[in-house]
Design a protein around this ligand. Structure first.
Ligand SMILES: [Zn+2]
Ligand SMILES: [Zn+2]
Ligand SMILES: [Zn+2]
Length: 446
């Protein structure tokens, strides 16, 4: 018994020593420097210093990778924005001189700045490249660091691992790597993918979502504005372009309109099925939104609506041109789209950590607003196609076709909506627009 007790006490003591050690190790003093850690993945001989600066941030930094005081303006500047002149023994920062940019791959970067010395005018690289080059003032002994740090000497720099760019440690790539995200792929050409095929494949998954008027976004943010802007009067002729399973067409008919709905996908079969069940007098046609003039005469509609579809249409220029053609003079065109700047996939939103259910953990990052390549998106089992365009692309297409903008709307969640749907709206829809809705009027003679 005595022996067992002794062992138990011993294991307790070992446990407490281990616990103390772990707590000690995890204290801020032993947080590795972010820059050192990233460099060490490329240069295997790179020593990782402990961070003593910005320790509680996403980028804890060691003394070497901290800030240096510009000898001209006296400001403390990040090491990647300041150069050292070995001749004049002076620091010069980016703000105090006109830098040059050099595209060259080194460590985890693909460019560096060289900054002219404030005294002699000679160009010296910023300290990130200087360190890689072995000319950092700590490496050449011009200065002594105030804190104890291990200085890397780039003896083996020819053996560095080659890197993909953009490097995942920096910028948007780094931010995106913090969360989990739904993947998408930019396509240089459509190839095997066609909008019709992808919509046909997704129709059975899509239709049930709209049987009852759509999700939160459609019901409370998009459709109320689309209907307000359309302002339907009794017996007006309305064309619903890319009507899908017909939820907008049905609503507009109930508001008094004489509605024709066109769509090229299998979604239209669901619309026709609904019409057969409950006759509202909607005329449905299986037709591509880029071929409107094949079926409709010039100036044959009072109003045209294209709800949440233009960003899915490959040749939106053709569609807008044809809509202008079939609209009567002073006719109204209303379209809604996912927001070209703030909605996915142009702007990627994700949470950090990726499985957090709180919206304050949600970040939005604009990846590349100007990239208008077709994009394969993976919302469902089958991929979908999305055609990203800038706001100016859309608006200029209206202007080109004498469609005069009457109102632009970016729905914002009201206080009431925020209370009712906090998961969708709080710190989300109340601070970012997910959708862009435009009302335009056809004016042949301006
Ligand atoms: Zn460091
Ligand atoms: Zn300066
Ligand atoms: Zn100098």
């Amino acid at each position: 018994m005595e022996c067992g007790c002794y062992l138990k006490n011993l294991s307790d003591r070992v446990f407490f020593i281990l616990l103390f050690f772990l707590l000690f190790m995890s204290s801020s003093e032993y947080t590795p420097c972010f820059y050192c850690s990233e460099y060490s993945k490329i240069a295997q001989d790179y020593p990782v210093n402990f961070a003593t600066k910005d320790v509680d941030s996403f980028t804890p930094r060691c003394f070497l990778h901290w800030e240096y005081e510009c000898s001209k303006c006296g400001k403390d500047i990040h090491f990647n924005g300041i150069s050292w002149c070995p001749t004049c023994k002076k620091f010069t920062c980016l703000s105090c001189a006109n830098e040059q940019m050099h595209q060259e791959r080194f460590l985890t970067y693909d460019y560096y700045y060289s900054i002219p010395c404030q005294e002699c005018g000679n160009f010296n690289p910023a300290l990130d490249y200087a360190e890689y080059n072995g000319t950092h003032p700590y490496q050449i002994g011009d200065l002594q660091p105030d804190e104890e740090i291990v200085i890397w000497m780039p003896i083996y720099k020819n053996q560095l691992k080659s890197q993909e760019f953009p490097h995942k440690a920096w910028g948007v790539e780094r931010i995106l790597a913090l969360g989990r995200r739904v993947r998408f792929t930019r396509l240089d050409a459509l190839g095997e993918y066609s909008p019709k095929k992808t919509w046909d494949a997704n129709a059975p998954v899509w239709e049930p979502l709209f049987r009852d008027g759509g999700d939160y976004h459609h019901k409370y943010k998009i459709l109320p504005e689309v209907f307000r802007l359309l302002d339907i009067h009794e017996n007006e002729t309305i064309l619903d372009v890319a009507c899908g399973e017909g939820n907008v067409a049905r609503a507009l008919t109930k508001q008094g309109g004489q509605v024709t709905g066109i769509d090229f996908s299998k979604l239209l079969d669901f619309a026709i099925e609904r019409e057969n069940e409950e006759k509202l007098g909607i005329q449905y046609l299986k037709l591509n939104a880029e071929k409107l003039t094949e079926r409709f005469a010039k100036e044959s509609f009072d109003k045209v609506v294209c709800n949440m579809a233009l960003m899915d249409i490959e040749n939106y220029e053709t569609t807008i041109e044809q809509i202008a053609h079939i609209l009567k003079e002073d006719g109204i065109f209303v379209f809604s789209i996912t927001h070209p700047a703030f909605a996915w996939p142009t702007c990627t939103s994700f949470r950090v950590p990726g499985d957090s259910q709180r919206n304050e953990d949600k970040l939005r990052v604009v990846v590349d607003y100007f990239d208008e390549r077709p994009t394969l998106v993976h919302y469902w089992d089958n991929p979908g196609l999305y055609f990203p365009r800038t706001i100016s692309s859309y608006l200029n297409e209206l202007i080109k076709n004498n469609l005069v903008i009457m109102e632009v709307c970016e729905p914002k969640a009201s206080e009431e909506l925020v209370k009712k749907f906090p998961r969708e709206a709080y710190k989300d829809d109340d601070i970012f627009p997910d959708f862009l809705i435009v009302k335009a009027m056809k004016k042949s003679k301006l």
